[in-house]
Design a protein around this ligand. Structure first.
Ligand code: HEM
Length: 454
């Protein structure tokens, strides 16, 4: 069965365009070929991009038809052999049941104070009148939140060392050059101390040593009052009463970091961009935040309707992940009247679905109100993917984003720096605002001890 039509340019050029100009690639092909088209990226299997809500619904509703872990295989050197992201079928579902409970709504409340305190600490260093890199600040917040809320590490030399090593490790996924280590297995050779792969392996070993030492220490601890995600995962048992092994815990910790750090930092950076690029959005949001009596009532912040809509619209207009994980068909299937063979690789496209004018009129406009006017189904609004693979960090990311935004906006007046262009650019597997110091603190909203420039 032939695959649906798609771009005719050579596969290598398609790959280059997908890496360098992903939005132009998606939009031009959707315009030419519609809701379904086949892209060919270098020597990889062709990928059928889909952006019709009905096709997406069918995919999310029939998880037994697809594998995804197998398509994430290139991340194995980073994540290890026991990562949820690399598993499929029954094993994946079992592991998900073990790893997901710490991320459920109620649990999130425990992390409110941590998120708030870290935001205050990082923004303590902003200086009035001095533009700063929003991305670096948001990365620092996201990393510290993960270290405390997920790993349960706050200070001390193990925490510092891990932070440093993990940041270096994540750099591998963020630049096209360094990520070629993962894309081209023939580069994965240990050619002595200074070869990139050998340095990669040494770093992984150091990270593993630190994580295993932490796990050992925790096993000996009698203090069970800890609420971090590592402790909760250590206490979890499967149906037959088995806990996660040390190697599984290690893999899942790194998975949460890789999946949760860059994504949340990019999402927060976008949110700050939109709020400050559009004065009417800023004003409405401030009005809503001002209506709160207690600016640290995290529960009340979380429920604010306009803040929620701003968060939703931020992830609609430029979703951090352009497509969900790939779905590889296990047996033949009909989708929207087309037949697909077993082995076909499908890419439900979050970006193109979010840009459909029939769902989101004037899709290029940032308009949070659309989320107050109507509700969207899980196959119409899917920044966190869906079905059996939906992001397990969704509630966590949502909570963190709202609390950080509220804390920053309640503390500072910020303004866009003139003539600084902000554009969507690829960062590893995510879509992020371009780097640069495009935001400047212009005043304080609360009596505060932030250093001011005269
Ligand atoms: C704004 C922030 C985030 C976005 C936009 C995002 C988005 C996504 C998407 C699109 C997927 C693939 C879902 C699919 O294929 O259907 C995913 C999976 C995943 N995410 Fe997130 N994510 C975010 C934050 C987080 C955080 C904070 C964590 C954990 C700390 C996390 C952990 C995971 C894990 C473990 C998976 C794999 C699930 C599986 O294979 O079953 N994510 N995420």
């Amino acid at each position: 069965m032939p695959l649906p039509a798609g771009p005719q340019i050579p596969p290598l050029l398609q790959l280059i365009q997908w890496i360098a100009q992903p939005l132009a690639f998606l939009e031009s092909n959707a315009q030419r070929y519609g809701d379904v088209f086949t892209a060919r990226f270098g020597a990889l299997e062709p990928i059928v991009f889909l952006s019709h809500p009905q096709a997406i619904q069918e995919i999310f509703n029939r998880p037994e038809q697809f594998d995804s872990g197998i398509a994430n295989d290139i991340l194995k050197p980073l994540l290890g052999n026991h990562s949820l992201m690399l598993m499929d079928g029954e094993r994946h579902q079992k592991q998900r049941r073990l790893v997901t409970p710490p991320f459920h709504g109620e649990r999130m409340r425990t992390y409110g104070q941590i998120i708030y305190d870290i935001t205050q600490q990082v923004s303590d260093r902003w200086i009035l009148g001095e533009p700063f890199s929003v991305r670096s600040a948001m990365q620092e917040i996201a990393m510290s939140v993960i270290m405390q809320a997920v790993f349960g590490l706050r200070e001390g030399s193990r925490c510092q060392q891990l932070k440093q090593l993990l940041a270096e490790m994540l750099d591998v996924t963020s630049s096209p050059l360094s990520s070629s280590l993962l894309f081209f297995p023939w580069l994965q050779r240990d050619l002595g101390d200074w070869s990139p792969w050998s340095r990669f392996l040494r770093r992984q070993e150091q990270i593993d040593e630190l994580i295993y030492a932490e796990i050992q220490e925790r096993r000996q601890e009698v203090n069970t009052a800890r609420s971090d995600i590592l402790s909760l995962m250590m206490a979890a048992r499967d149906e037959s009463g088995q806990p996660l092994t040390d190697a599984e815990l290690r893999s899942e910790l790194i998975t949460l970091l890789v999946a949760g750090h860059e994504t949340t930092a990019s999402a927060l950076t976008w949110a700050l961009y939109w709020v400050h690029a559009l004065p009417n959005v800023h004003e409405k949001l401030l009005q809503e935040l001002n209506s709160l009596e207690d600016k640290t009532d995290f529960n009340a912040i979380f429920k604010l309707p306009y803040l929620t809509a701003v968060y939703q619209e931020t992830l609609r207009i430029y979703p951090i992940a352009l497509i969900t994980f790939l779905r590889v068909l296990k047996s033949p299937m009909q989708l929207m009247g087309q037949s697909f063979e077993a082995g076909t690789v499908l890419g439900p496209c979050i970006y193109l679905t979010h840009q459909r004018p029939d769902l989101y009129p004037e899709p290029k406009q940032f308009r949070p109100e659309r989320f107050l006017e109507r509700q969207f189904a899980p196959h119409e609004y899917l920044p966190f993917g869906g079905g059996s693979r939906r992001c397990i960090g969704m509630a966590f990311a949502q909570y963190e984003m709202k609390l950080v935004l509220a804390a920053v906006l309640s503390r500072f007046d910020l303004a866009m720096v003139k003539n600084q262009k902000v554009q969507p650019v690829r960062r590893g597997l995510t879509l992020a605002p371009s780097a640069g110091k495009w935001l400047v603190p212009t005043g304080l909203r609360q009596a505060d001890k932030v250093p001011a420039r005269v």
